[in-house]
Design a protein around this ligand. Sequence first.
Ligand code: SF4
Ligand code: ZN
Length: 328
Amino acid sequence: MNPIPIASEPAPNPLTLGATVSCGHCKQQAVLRLDYANLDLCGTCFSRLFERRVSKANRDFNMFGNDDVVAVGVSGGKDSAALLYVLYKMSKKGRFTVKPVLIDEGIEGYRNLATKKAEELCQSLGLELTIVSYQEVAGHTLDEIMVLRDERQLSFTSCGVCGVLRKDSLNQAARKVGANKLAVGHNADDVAQTFLMNALRADVKGFERFGVVSGLGNQEKFVQRVKPLVYNLEKECALYCVVNDLPFHLAECPYSQEAFRGQVKDFLNQVEQKHPGSKFNVLASFLALKQKLPAVVESERKAGTCTVCGEHSSSSVCRKCVMLESLA
Ligand code: SF4
Ligand code: ZN
């Protein structure tokens, strides 16, 4: 497996070109400039490039194939809109089914607007959207949890708790629609960020747990999770949506300022600007290290179920239940 398909797969710059520039592949009018390859592309050729990378990720990591039912986590944002559209197109040629699922965190003034965009996209593709909420899974909306956290002077962050609840909720949503795979919209930026965050926290367990494919695929309570956008940059997901006229929500979550991830993201963007290709280098380092660590599979194999809620957990009480107990 070549973990770095990107070196010959340039990243586009969201630069709209003049009418005189033609696509380097098909000679139609170009609409995007691929900066570091000095190449201009039309929307069609860029979309093909984006989709080829998803197919390559699928092949490299053996993500899904014939007869699989793939739940696709959608949020209303650009990454998951691009993901759903690509997988929908692939499913028309292949023999697998896609089922969009959305997690309602319960964030006033944000979630409802983003959900509308996800519903719009699903409707245009003729797909039924299944929604699971934190209210159902944890008994509280995220807004309520944040109020309780402040009242009890607890130290967890909104994104920390949201991440724990999202994983659990997505897993439940995937099982609800009868899926045996769960595709999430994490792109190359996300993977590079998570790798750096784990390094900055010296979180070895986090590094072990995190992968392009999570889970062994044969665990009753845990639907195997895959990241088909791993070879595409965040910026490219937005471009893919624009080029294909996909509806997506642009506003940021009101809690995002709290995120450690945001700081790492800014750092990586700055480095990338000065040293193009840095994000892919971080991604390549991550993938190379993962290949050397069979211990990950071992820790997955040992995972059982939470004695409180019965969901998948690597300890006797899952992180969601520990957090909920602290709020009680
Ligand atoms: Fe959840 Fe944080 Fe994302 Fe908001 S920014 S949806 S709190 S993970
Ligand atoms: Zn639990």
